[in-house]
Design a protein around this ligand. Structure first.
Ligand code: CA
Length: 221
């Protein structure tokens, strides 16, 4: 799970990013509308958190431009306390949810998880692939009924595969959803991660589609 955070209040942005990273999300921060616009246009994110009052380009324009450019990622807007007209404008521009400042970052996390789940077409909160279960509300994985311990990177890769269960996730797509923009990524880093995940899972659930990517599938069913 990788999130774009567009927020010019550096203190707030750092606080949000800390909580998201503690929840194992990858986070890229843009501190003005222009940079946010560019990142949303060019990188792969599961969701964006977009402040509306931004330097250079305002949030509503950023959102309108993303939508005009065919970027469909779920977007949660951050509005000021009496920003009723901001909310209306934000939703008209294509926002999926909003939070009014000040808010609890824990609530932001819950809303983001729900947005990403729905954007992937899942009405139910629990996803399953054979012996593997994923709780989209807590981000917890279970294997054969026992908690599965994963590093942040392993979690991002496995949750991405789980969200798109049965579909091939292209290599580049998977990399984009697992790593932050400035991360140091070796050419075989993804393969190493997949090998580790396979060992942890024990079951043959991750299928390689040669030259394309990976697919989470329960061959026993
Ligand atoms: Ca602001």
């Amino acid at each position: 799970m990788r999130v774009l955070l567009v927020e010019d209040d550096q203190h707030l942005a750092a606080r949000i990013a800390d909580v998201l990273r503690a929840e194992r999300f990858a986070v890229d921060i843009a501190s003005n509308g222009e940079d946010g616009q560019h990142l949303g246009d060019t990188e792969g994110y599961d969701a964006a958190v977009l402040d509306l009052g931004l330097p250079k380009v305002d949030g509503v324009s950023v959102l309108r431009n993303w939508r005009a450019h065919g970027r469909h990622l779920p977007v949660l807007i951050l509005t000021a306390r009496d920003g009723w007209s901001d909310k209306v404008e934000g939703f008209r521009a294509g926002a999926d949810d909003y939070l009014t400042k000040p808010f609890r970052v824990e609530e932001l996390v819950l809303r983001l998880r729900a947005l990403v789940r729905r954007a992937n077409g899942h009405a139910q909160t629990q996803l399953q692939c054979g012996p593997l279960k994923y709780d989209t509300q807590t981000g917890a994985f279970e294997l054969d009924g026992y908690p599965l311990k994963l590093t942040a990177l392993e979690w991002r890769i496995l949750s991405c595969l789980m969200m798109r269960k049965s579909a091939v996730v292209e290599r580049l797509d998977l990399l984009e959803h697992a790593y932050e923009r400035n991360a140091d990524v070796d050419s075989n880093s993804l393969e190493v991660m997949i090998a580790r995940l396979r060992r942890k899972l024990g079951y043959d659930l991750i299928e390689t589609t040669r030259g394309r990517g990976y697919r989470l599938v329960d061959k026993a069913s």
